[in-house]
Structure formats: structure tokens, C-alpha cells
Design a protein around this ligand. Structure first.
Ligand SMILES: *Cc1c(COP(=O)(O)O)cnc(C)c1O
Length: 357
């Protein structure tokens, strides 16, 4: 079976060596030595000023919304993983969808202003498949209308924009270290901000609001990651450059071998240094997607319809029509892409797809 992705597993001894440190310390959570070490390594690798590692990639969205969006209307994209919209609704805010750009697949900045009302407090946009949004345009709009910007950068480990980490943009950026993501801690995530005061608030918010064991800065929740998860991160980290370069090779093989005249592929934004996190192809129709998907399944190849469905179509999100996002969501298929996928397997996948239409 060839799945859409396979979690990168470091050699077991390397994980055991890291997790043994937690055993030796007798310390399993509450920002122990391993979490602090992982934060320091990632901060340097990602070239960011600030990072707070969390227990997943959803809680940072919720914390950011709680601090910046409060109960307002949040302008957001219908083309993302459900966590983006669910976090807005869960925090008691109202998602207001703006359709996406048909080639970059990120929120269409030219349609944002029309969606702003006196209740709008923030924009929550996703850098889709590691492809950055039009950051300059979004910043200009946010400044003009006094809105906060939160980027769901779950897919963006290692992505650069204008020669710096994409995590450095927005009031808050978030990342996911889920097992299916490029860099992982089994479950985990992170939040980033350039603003010292906001960093302080994000920090105490992810630890119940604690200042000292007996005093509190304010309201908080439990967003802490454990030492056991940090051990996984520390064991995966030394392999990250190899993981990215292997994925790059696979993406280049897909681009070379696939008959791309029959599909639309993801257009990466100029000025972005991409991380090869996903390889989606967009069919001309849902029918041809379904036909190809069936053939792949028959051959034990399991691509993923991602993102599907368009997020405006959930019963809890209102249901206003988003024609471009709905059309893309119905026609997009992410092909297998992971460290260890062989050239032979890529060729097999490509042959089936090229001959399926
Ligand atoms: C994976 C993902 C999330 C959620 O991250 P978790 O770590 O699974 O909580 C949020 N947004 C996007 C776009 C994602 O792909």
C-alpha cells in the first residue's frame, strides 16, 4: 500500500536516547529540559525571534483568537483544514469567508475589504500547502482597518518569504507538528509573534495563566507539550534537511513525469522558498478525479482529497457559497509524498494517472 503520507520515524535508538533523558530527570512535562532544548534548536533553524511550542497546532489558533479576535467576526479562508474554521467557531467568534485565488489557493486579498464590517476584528488566513498568502496586501488592508492578522502556518515548517521565516509575519503565526506534517513531535505545534508584549500573553495563556505557582497573569488554558513529545522532536530534528531534500526530489519527479497539460498544479508565490510539503493536482472535473482515484485505489495507492470539503459547507459555518473554493475542493487530490517514497513507486503512480484519463 502506498499512502498519501508516512510519518518520518527516526531510528528507535535515537528516540530512546532522547526519551531516556526525561526518565533520568524524572520530569515529563511543564517545560522541562527537552522542550527548552527543542525550542532553542527550532528558533535557530527557523530564524525566528520567538517560539512557544504547544501540544498541537489547533490550540495556538484558539489562544490567538482569544487574545486578538475576542468575539468578533473573523475574516477567513474556506480552503484549509477544518481546524482553522473550527477554532473560530469554538472560540465564539463568527467566521466570515472570503473566496480564494484560483492558482495560489490562498485567500483572495482583492475580496477581503468587501467582507469587512464594524464587527470584524481579525483576519485568519492559511498559507495553503506551505504556499504563503499575499502577505503585503493583507498587511496593508489590516493596517487600514485596524485588524489583527493570524496566519495558520500549520504546513509551513521551513518556508521562507522574502528571505525570512514565514512565521515572522502576522501578529501571530502558528504551526503544527502533527505526525503527518513535515517536522513532527507525534502531536505538537507552535506559535510565533514578533511582539514582546503579545508573546508574554501567549506564553502565560498556554500555561493556565500562571505567573508563579500561586499567582496568575490572567485567563489561560493547557497548551503545554510534554517531554515525551519533545523527545520525538529532538530525534526527528537532525534529519530535517534530508527529509526536505528527499521530498524535493520526489516533487521534481512528479513534475517531470506527470502529463501536466491535463491538470492544474499549485502555483507557488514568487518570493517564497517552499518546503515541498504537499503535491496536489487539480483535475478538470470531479468526475475525472473520481475516476483516477478509483484506479489508484485498485492499485493500493491512497491519495487524499485535501482539502475537502470547502469549509463554508459545514452546517455550523453558515453556508454562503464560495464558488472558487468549492470548485477547487471538488477537484483537488494530494498525491503520495513522503521520505522513503521510491522512484519506482512515483513512476507507478504517474503511469496510472497519465493513463487514467
Ligand atoms: C494540521 C493542521 C492544523 C491542525 O494542527 P494539529 O496539530 O493537528 O492540531 C491546522 N490547520 C491546518 C491547515 C492543518 O493542516
Amino acid at each position: 500500500m502506498i499512502p498519501v503520507t508516512k510519518t518520518f520515524l527516526p531510528p528507535l535508538e535515537e528516540y530512546q536516547k532522547q526519551v531516556k533523558r526525561a526518565f533520568d530527570n524524572g520530569w515529563l512535562t511543564n517545560r522541562g529540559e527537552l522542550v527548552l532544548e527543542l525550542e532553542a534548536l527550532l528558533k535557530k533553524y527557523l530564524e525566528t525571534d520567538n517560539i512557544i511550542i504547544t501540544n498541537n497546532g489547533t490550540i495556538p489558533l484558539q489562544i490567538a483568537l482569544k487574545l486578538l479576535g475576542n468575539t468578533g467576526e473573523i475574516i477567513t479562508t474556506p480552503f484549509s483544514y477544518v481546524a482553522t474554521t473550527a477554532a473560530i467557531v469554538w472560540e465564539g467568534c463568527t467566521p466570515v469567508f472570503v473566496d480564494i485565488h484560483p492558482e495560489y489557493l490562498t485567500i483572495d486579498e482583492s475580496k477581503i475589504e468587501a467582507a469587512i464590517t464594524h464587527k470584524t476584528t481579525a483576519i485568519l488566513a492559511t498559507h495553503v500547502f506551505g504556499n504563503p498568502c499575499n502577505i503585503e496586501a493583507i498587511e496593508t488592508i489590516a493596517r487600514k482597518h485596524h485588524l489583527k492578522i493570524i496566519y495558520d502556518a500549520a504546513h509551513c515548517f521551513g518556508v521562507k518569504y522574502n528571505n525570512q521565516s514565514v512565521f515572522n509575519y502576522g501578529d501571530v503565526s502558528t504551526c503544527s507538528f502533527h505526525a503527518t506534517k513535515l517536522f513532527h513531535t507525534a502531536e505538537g505545534g507552535a506559535m510565533f509573534t514578533q511582539d514582546k508584549e503579545l508573546h508574554h500573553r501567549l506564553f502565560y495563556s498556554h500555561n493556565f495563566g500562571h505567573n508563579t505557582p500561586l499567582t496568575f497573569h490572567g485567563l489561560g488554558i493547557n497548551g503545554k507539550i510534554s517531554e515525551v513529545q519533545a523527545a520525538m522532536g529532538l530525534a526527528v530534528f537532525p534529519h530535517i534537511d534530508t527529509i526536505i531534500s528527499e521530498r524535493r526530489k520526489i516533487v521534481e519527479q512528479y513534475i517531470e513525469l506527470l502529463d501536466l497539460s491535463r491538470f492544474q498544479s499549485l502555483k507557488i508565490r514568487e518570493d517564497a522558498e517552499w518546503n515541498y510539503s504537499y503535491f496536489p493536482i487539480i483535475f478538470k472535473s470531479e468526475a475525472s478525479l473520481l475516476k483516477t482515484e478509483k484506479l489508484l485505489h485498485q492499485n493500493h495507492i491512497i491519495p487524499r482529497r485535501y482539502f475537502y470539503p470547502s469549509l463554508n459547507n459545514f452546517e455550523y459555518t453558515g453556508g454562503e457559497s464560495m464558488p472558487i473554493a468549492e470548485s477547487i475542493a471538488s477537484r483537488i487530490l494530494c498525491l503520495p509524498l513522503y521520505y522513503g517514497l521510491s522512484t519506482e513507486e512515483v513512476k507507478k503512480i504517474v503511469n496510472l494517472i497519465n493513463n487514467s484519463l
